[in-house]
Design a protein around this ligand. Structure first.
Ligand SMILES: Nc1ncnc2c1ncn2[C@@H]1O[C@H](COP(=O)(O)OP(=O)(O)OP(=O)(O)O)[C@@H](O)[C@H]1O
Length: 321
């Protein structure tokens, strides 16, 4: 019922909207879309739920298998209709899981639920072996979730160092701060190079790296990144995605929301396509990129224009950690 109502309420995006470029048929009515949580063909082997970050199968609780689990989440704002309608997303360790989908699909709302900014009406939020459903942002931060919000959140009148050290505000053991500063400086060289500069003097892409560095000060288990490439030029966007991969390679899992679907999936290990508040299709990011139907629907069909797909395994690794 909810699905049918949701489909009826679908509104097409404007012309030029890459999410709705194929034709004027709602995604949820397209071939195969009647099956919730479809996985990309060939992406899932029996028992291999990590290949599907939206798996509904409640596998044996194993805190080592997933760092963050949002299970069967229903959430919305105030008395308005639900935005998330039974969504499940799971984030394995040392992986980048990317949420893509049309405007208004609920991607940012997923991050707000994960970070405790929005309490779900039903469903569970698990961080490792802790059920943290309904806890506020402070508790989520303590549990190991760090949220980098959409847009720019550096304090431009403050030095890079001051911005980064704000991330240490909640650290209980202040003796660890120096080690964390060394760590984020090594991960983001521009932070080290511009440590004493005013943050406002940095480019947009550099400021985004300051935000990443600040989010890592608390040694989070999972970083939630909302549209990190927003407002950046292609070169800065490329750098930001390289840094996302570096965060993952340094051991921090990332749950990423992006409009730049192709670029994000090239960086991610696993991907979920959201539609109308549910995971519509999920699987290894490389498989999503190679799926011709998805390319048609979401990625501007550049393959059909003769453009090659990204090299398999170039950055989309670790799908089975
Ligand atoms: N603070 C809010 N109060 C009320 N409704 C909201 C609020 N934030 C988001 N919404 C609504 O929730 C729905 C999902 O929004 P959300 O921002 O999660 O989507 P999204 O997939 O991230 O979209 P976009 O790609 O455009 O950023 C939209 O209909 C939006 O209008």
């Amino acid at each position: 019922m909810a699905s049918e109502r949701a489909s009826e309420n679908w509104e097409l995006g404007g012309h030029g909207d890459p999410w709705n470029s194929a034709d004027e048929v709602p995604l949820s009515r397209r071939q195969g879309a009647n099956q919730q949580n479809r996985t990309v063909p060939g992406s899932q082997s029996p028992g291999d739920s990590i290949a599907d970050p939206s798996s509904q199968t409640d596998s044996e609780r194993n805190p080592d298998k997933y760092l963050l689990e949002l299970v069967d989440i229903e959430a919305g704002y105030g008395r308005a209709a639900l935005v998330l309608r039974g969504l499940t997303v799971r984030v394995p360790p040392a992986s980048v899981v990317c949420l893509v989908g049309p405007n208004g699909a609920g991607k940012s709302t997923v991050l707000k639920v994960a970070s405790g900014m929005l309490t779900p009406r039903s469903g569970r939020v698990l961080v490792g072996d802790q059920d943290v459903t309904g806890r506020g942002p402070q508790r989520m931060l303590e549990a190991g979730l760090s949220h980098v919000l959409q847009g720019h959140s550096v304090f431009k009148e403050m030095a890079v160092s001051e911005n980064v050290l704000l991330g240490a505000y909640t650290m209980k053991d202040k003796s660890e701060i120096a080690d964390r500063v060394d760590f984020v400086k090594s991960l983001f060289p521009v932070v080290a190079q511009r440590w004493s500069s005013l943050a406002g003097a940095l480019s947009g892409g550099q400021q985004k790296q300051v935000e990443f560095a600040r989010s890592l000060m608390v040694s989070p288990r999972v970083v939630l990144l909302d549209e990190p490439s927003m407002g950046l030029d292609p070169k800065a966007t490329a750098t930001v995605f390289e840094q996302v991969a570096r965060m993952r390679d340094a051991g921090t899992a990332v749950l990423l929301v992006e409009q730049n679907a192709r670029r994000a999936l090239e960086t991610a290990d696993l991907g979920c396509v959201l539609d109308l508040g549910r995971v519509h299709i999920a699987g290894p990011a490389a498989d999503l990129l190679a799926d011709p139907q998805l390319a048609d629907l979401y990625l501007g069909n550049r393959r059909a224009a003769g453009e090659s797909t990204p090299p398999a395994g170039s950055t989309a690794t670790n799908s089975t950690p």
